[in-house]
Design a protein around this ligand. Structure first.
Ligand code: ASP
Length: 364
């Protein structure tokens, strides 16, 4: 009888010890918060997955992190508004400020316009801790849904100390890209997110998260952009350059209230002759003109930022007009038109000085 009692208490002690060990290992795991905004990753036929349901789709999550979740929105990425950009950036800043023990944040997003939101967060979240944006190309009702795998990888990256100080990261398809560099390159394929000439920052392998390079441009904790006091983002439009393009769209953007226009120029900065009048018109109204390339990669140098519509022998009035235009002409450096638009919007919340805006394009 006594021996049986002793045996039983030993068994209890063993269970208690094991439980204690499991609980303390779990308590040691990094805490990572999911902020869900919608997109294909939650777009189940019938009803969208909620933030909590997204977590339940990844049963092995508890091996890596203590996960928590909140619903910020549940819409397609193209429906996300600029006000929501501001709210989300503020919210993430708040979460980090109020919760020093939080290790990382994962944001789910639709993939269509993910690169815009991700770069906005890269410029406006002021913390070294990781913000990882995740999406999926197949929805939860499709065979081969890769959302749960991407989510797990996003959580693993967000929990990874080496992911700190790398700016906002985009994780899909086992790859880690910088929000500044990444672009959606294919409408359907799973390997759609690419950093073109630059390549991935790292990979998420079954055994560990591996980084190969750093982002040298300014971002997050080193950013000088502060959203306090910013209630709206200024309108910035993108105008494509193509053979036979005319001035009316440029004029229309200026008349509609655009504070900036990003030209997705041909090659290293060429515009169509028919667009020059419109560009001059916009510049004369104080609209900032940022020149980028429509090629998908490569750099626009400062001397190519002024669309060369006028020859040296132009009349004095035209020269004056050209000078006015040049003063608000900015070289987009290596940013794609979409990313340049985001930077110009953020830049214009801080300054109207062309030299400072040009510096932003060189440093960020
Ligand atoms: N339509 C979706 C969206 O961007 C596409 C996706 O998530 O892949 O919200």
């Amino acid at each position: 009888m006594t021996r049986r009692l002793i045996g039983r208490s030993c068994a209890f002690a063993l269970v208690a010890l094991t439980l204690h060990a499991v609980v303390s290992i779990a308590a040691d795991l990094p805490r990572v918060r999911l902020v869900a905004t919608g997109g294909t990753i939650s777009n189940r036929a019938g009803s969208r997955l909620t933030a909590d349901e997204l977590l339940l789709a990844v049963p092995s999550l508890s091996r890596y992190v203590r996960a928590e979740a909140e619903q910020f929105a549940n819409v397609a990425s193209s429906q996300v508004t600029l006000d929501q950009w501001l709210q989300l950036a503020r919210h993430i800043n708040d979460l980090y400020q109020k919760d020093p023990a939080l290790s990382g944040i994962v944001v789910t997003s639709g993939t269509d316009t993910l690169e815009e939101l991700a770069y906005f967060l890269d410029l406006t979240v002021r913390d070294v801790r990781p913000v990882v944006v995740v999406g999926s190309m197949r929805n939860p009702s499709t065979l081969g849904y890769e959302g749960a795998a991407n989510l797990l990888e996003g959580f693993r990256v967000a929990a990874e100390p080496a992911a700190r100080n790398k700016g906002v990261l985009v994780v899909l398809n086992d790859e880690i890209n910088s929000a500044r560099e990444v672009t959606k390159t294919d409408a359907l394929r799973l390997h759609t997110f690419q950093s073109r000439g630059y390549g991935v920052l790292g990979v998420v392998d079954p055994d560990r998260v591996v980084f190969y390079r750093d982002v040298v441009k300014r971002h997050t904790a080193k950013s000088e952009f502060d959203l306090a006091g910013v209630t709206t983002l200024p309108r910035v439009d993108i105008i494509l350059v193509y053979q036979g393009a005319t001035s009316d769209l440029v004029k229309c953007a200026a008349d509609a209230g655009a504070k900036g226009i990003v030209l997705a120029a041909a090659g290293a900065g060429a515009t169509a002759p028919g667009q020059s009048e419109g560009i001059d018109y916009a510049a004369s109204k104080g609209v900032f003109i940022v020149t980028t390339t429509r090629t998908g990669s490569g750099r626009i140098a400062a001397d190519r930022a002024q669309p060369a519509s006028m020859a040296a022998e132009d009349a004095p009035a035209a020269v004056l007009q050209r000078r006015q235009r040049n003063s608000s002409s900015i070289a987009g450096e290596d940013l794609t038109p979409l990313k340049a638009r985001v930077l110009l919007m953020v830049a214009l919340t801080k300054t109207q000085d062309p030299a400072t805006i040009q510096r932003f394009f060189t440093e960020y």
